[in-house]
Structures are given as structure tokens and as C-alpha cells.
Design a protein around this ligand. Structure first.
Ligand SMILES: [Zn+2]
Length: 249
């Protein structure tokens, strides 16, 4: 191996990048050649000086501050808008947490209140049949049933006669829900009784019909013209829905 060939490989040799054949050739040459050996030792000294950090310097503490101040002076918008953005997103997140928490709380409160009411409605329906006290006023004439409620409630419930449509008006009864007397209008379809509970809605927004089943009873619930309606019966859902449709007309 000539001196030129060796010198071309010295950098790679010092950095440990040569294969074993290349390394052996370089080592064989520098054992015989003082000039190449000296150059190899110089390269090793340089490499270890770089490795030991002798060429690294720590910036003086004021430099970072000065650079940041210079950036701010050159472009005051940068930091300003950065902080605005951060506060805005933090505020948005906080508002979101509060709103979602509020919605979840009121939603679960509302649904648990409604679940209790549904239980009351089913119990009332069952009780009215078990106690053989389905009506306080027994009449299939809406002109008898409707005025009967007049003296007992501060609102006038509908008492539609649906006899021609297959739902015979049986009469009316007073019941109690949500700490107030409410109207129960009673219908009959074949051997099945249907209780229609009606009272003024607290939320008068029109509510589409809910369908529920509790303890084998079908329940339909809707809000219309400021009144809340609960229809409950052991009658099948299709026929009960037909009854609801006729009542809504
Ligand atoms: Zn040489």
C-alpha cells in the first residue's frame, strides 16, 4: 500500500469505518511509515478533542434573553397572539366542561324525574283497575265527563268521545301526579281499559310521541297545545297508537 492510498483511508480508519481488510492494510503501512503514523496520530488527537467537547461552548446567560427581547421588539404580535390563543383555548375548554356537566346533570335529573313519573302513571293505571275504581264519573257522553272535571281542576281536559272509532269513552276520574290533581279520562277497547292522563305541561314546547313499556303496559307520551298527555294500557302498541292518533286530531 502506498502513502497516498493510506492517507486516503486514514480518516475512515480513525473513525472506525474501515472493514477489517482495510484496517489491516492501514495498520501494516503505519508500522513501517513514520510520516503516515504521524498523520494518523494528528487525526486521532483532533477526533478526541471534538469528542471531549473541547470545541463546545455554553452561551452566556444573557444571550437567550437578548435574542427573545430582540424577537419581541421586531414583532410584538408574535407573543401577544400566542398568549391570546392559549387563553382562548383554555377558556373554551373550561366553558365546555361546565356546559357539558350542566347538561349531564339536568339531563339525568330530568330523566330520573320522568322515570319516577312513568312508574306513578303505571301504578295509577293498575290501581284504578284493581280497586275497581276505574271512574269517578261513569259516562260515555263527553258532555257529561268534561263538565264533571270543571269544578275539580283549574284546567279543562279534553274528553273526546271515540266510540265510533272503537275506543269507547267510559268516564273520568281524578288522580294525583306531581303534587297536583290531574284528569284521568278512561277509554275501553274490547276488554282493555285505557287511562289517558292529562295536565298542563310545564314545558309547552310540542313534544313528539314517546313510546315506553313498563311491567307489560304500553305507554305513549306527548305534549300538545300546552297539555301533557300520558296514555297507558295493556292494549297492544298498534291499537294504543291508533287511540293516540285519534286523540291528537
Ligand atoms: Zn506512508
Amino acid at each position: 500500500m502506498t502513502c497516498n492510498e493510506t492517507k486516503n483511508l486514514l480518516n475512515a480508519y480513525v473513525d472506525g469505518e474501515l472493514d477489517s481488510a482495510g484496517s489491516l492494510s492501514v495498520e501494516g503501512h503505519v508500522q513501517r511509515c513514520t510520516s503516515c503514523l504521524t498523520e494518523m496520530e494528528n487525526l486521532r488527537g483532533l477526533a478526541s478533542a471534538i469528542e471531549n467537547g473541547g470545541l463546545r461552548f455554553t452561551a452566556p446567560p444573557g444571550l437567550k434573553r437578548n435574542i427573545q427581547a430582540a424577537i419581541r421588539a421586531a414583532n410584538p404580535e408574535v407573543q401577544h397572539s400566542f398568549f391570546d390563543w392559549r387563553w382562548a383555548s383554555a377558556l373554551t375548554a373550561a366553558v365546555l366542561v361546565v356546559v357539558v356537566g350542566f347538561l349531564l346533570t339536568t339531563q339525568s335529573q330530568r330523566s330520573s324525574e320522568e322515570a319516577l313519573l312513568v312508574d306513578d302513571i303505571v301504578s295509577s293505571h293498575v290501581r284504578s283497575m284493581m280497586a275497581n275504581h276505574i271512574t269517578d264519573v261513569a259516562s260515555s257522553d263527553s258532555h257529561t265527563v268534561k263538565p264533571w272535571f270543571g269544578g275539580k281542576l283549574d284546567y279543562s281536559p279534553p274528553a273526546k268521545d271515540l266510540t265510533a272509532q272503537g275506543f269507547r269513552l267510559v268516564g273520568g276520574r281524578l288522580d294525583y301526579f306531581e303534587n297536583r290533581p290531574v284528569a284521568a279520562v278512561v277509554y275501553q277497547r274490547s276488554q282493555h281499559f285505557i287511562n289517558l292522563f292529562v295536565w298542563p305541561a310545564t314545558n309547552t314546547a310540542i313534544k313528539p310521541e314517546d313510546q315506553l313499556t313498563r311491567q307489560g303496559y304500553n305507554i305513549l307520551h306527548w305534549t300538545q297545545s300546552g297539555m301533557t298527555y300520558w296514555l297507558v294500557s295493556e292494549l297492544n302498541l298498534a291499537e294504543l297508537s291508533e287511540c293516540a292518533r285519534l286523540l291528537k286530531e
